[in-house]
Design a binder for this molecule. Structure first.
Ligand code: MN
Length: 272
């Protein structure tokens, strides 16, 4: 994906779709050496969905054709609604490239319901200080959940979404032993680092994603080593998907229209 080497658990041969989630990329951890600066992902368009970036390590910047400009630090989230179309560029800040260090992020694509695909683009820059931390206690170490979107146990995250979505990140210690209950029919857990055991018999290693059964019952989550994960739960959209490159629409004709509109400059312009 541009200059990034990424792990892509969604879509994959095993999991083609998990509506409303379309794509999950885990970039890094990538060690940036000031002597060998990496490039940014230059201006490119999106339409019809929401690209969301969860920054776990490092510092990244964002610019788009709506005139938005933002810097993300570790723990921050950028929730962008591409809607009818936007161009953006993304990558490490100049300062971070000069200083060097570890860059690690998750990029998630959340589909938009058909009736909102052509909504006006918008951009939510969410600082980690605005993301509530909910602590789940159990028999062992507690589990801290950073609630980015949706509501868990009465704690609501700041991101506005167009369909019911719960998105939480967690950095955990070994020895967590808790019960979790996710609200929607599609539920995913991706482990960036560390080891997790679900319901006593399903071990998940790092860089693996688990898709829970539809409408899962409460389940037991234990951790065997320190690490981090992202937990997603969403209501399926049950609409056709036509996905090509940076566009996610409902029909092939809508994808062709997106390419025409991009080529015709209708998604704005952005200088590198
Ligand atoms: Mn992008």
């Amino acid at each position: 994906m541009g200059p990034f080497r990424v792990k892509q658990p969604l879509p994959s041969r095993e999991v083609r779709e998990a509506s409303p989630f379309i794509l999950l990329h885990h970039a890094g951890p990538h060690i940036i050496d000031p002597a060998h600066p990496m490039e940014r992902l230059g201006p490119h368009p999106h339409r019809g969905f929401e690209p969301v970036t969860f920054l776990f390590h490092g510092q990244a910047r964002h610019r788009d054709s709506m005139g938005n400009h933002g810097i993300l630090n570790a723990g921050d989230v950028q929730w962008m609604t591409a809607g009818s179309g936007v161009l953006h560029s993304e990558g490490p800040t100049d300062e971070f490239l000069a200083r060097g260090g570890t860059l690690e992020l998750i990029q998630l694509w959340v589909n938009l319901p058909a009736k909102h695909k052509m909504t006006t683009p918008k951009y939510q820059d969410i600082a980690s200080s605005k993301i509530p931390v909910h602590t789940v206690t159990g028999n062992g170490q507690p589990l801290n959940l950073h609630v980015v979107a949706g509501t868990y146990d009465g704690v609501t995250g700041p991101a506005e979404t167009f369909s019911p979505v719960l998105a939480m990140t967690s950095t955990f210690d070994a020895g967590v032993d808790v019960e979790l209950d996710l609200p929607h029919a599609t539920s995913l857990i991706y482990i960036l680092h560390g080891g997790v055991i679900l319901n006593d018999d399903h071990a998940i290693n790092e860089r693996y994603m688990v898709v829970l059964d539809e409408d899962p019952a409460p389940f037991r989550l234990r951790t065997t080593s320190p690490g981090s994960m992202i937990i997603l739960s969403g209501a399926p959209l049950n609409e056709p998907i036509a996905m090509h490159g940076p566009f996610v629409m409902n029909t092939e004709e809508e994808v062709r229209a997106a390419y025409r509109d991009f080529a015709g400059g209708k998604m704005g312009t952005l200088e590198e």
